[in-house]
Write a protein that binds this ligand. Structure first.
Ligand code: IMP
Ligand code: MG
Length: 179
């Protein structure tokens, strides 16, 4: 275990089980309809790459980046677009892939934006959900694992751009961010 990890929240095996469960739901619901998978950079990339290899329909891939927490561990409530999609999404089935839903602000704004661009459908999947932290009510179609209100790192999730490469999801020791 990494020295800055307090304890492991989700093991590698549990991650793969959650990815399969989410993929099964998407395969069932889309029923071979083409899907545009939108990966929210950067934290969602390991999850998205595991997920797309389990999807059965024709899949296109695009990426979007919105402003993150920076060095803080609390959400700011507004988003700032750093990178938009490459192509027009009119008439497409969209799957937004997110690493974690906390307040819900980020996903609510992205979903509303895609709907305003006349997507055919907009679904959301997330590896992790912190339901106790929700401020904005946003429908999440596929959730991997619900976790308590603690700061998670690993499997894409960072603190100050570190720890994204951990193969499991762990709780960051408080002493790392509280001085
Ligand atoms: P929301 O807009 O408050 O739902 O925040 C979502 C974003 O905050 C996620 O995409 C993450 O980038 C970041 N975030 C929220 N909680 C955590 C955490 O526990 N660890 C790492 N990043 C987090
Ligand atoms: Mg993120």
């Amino acid at each position: 275990m990494h020295k800055d990890v307090e304890r492991i929240l989700v093991t590698e095996a549990q991650i793969q089980g959650a990815v399969q469960k989410i993929a099964d739901g998407i395969n069932r619901d889309l029923n071979d309809e083409p899907l545009l998978v939108v990966v929210i950079l950067k934290g969602s990339t390991p999850f998205a790459m595991d997920l797309i290899r389990k999807l059965n329909m024709p899949v296109e891939l695009d990426f979007m980046q919105v402003s993150s927490y920076g060095k803080s561990t609390a959400s700011s409530g507004f988003i700032n677009m750093k990178k938009d999609l490459e192509r027009d999404i009119t008439g497409k089935n969209i799957l937004i892939v997110e690493d974690i839903i906390d307040s819900g602000n980020t996903l609510f704004k992205i979903k509303t934006l895609f709907e305003s661009r006349n997507a055919k459908s907009v679904r959301i999947c997330t590896m992790l959900d912190k339901p106790s932290r929700r401020v904005v009510d946003v429908e999440v179609n596929y959730v991997g694992i619900e976790i308590p209100d603690e700061f998670a790192i690993g499997y894409g999730l960072d603190y100050n751009e570190q720890y994204r490469n951990l193969p499991y999801i762990g709780v960051l020791k408080r002493e790392v961010y509280e001085h």
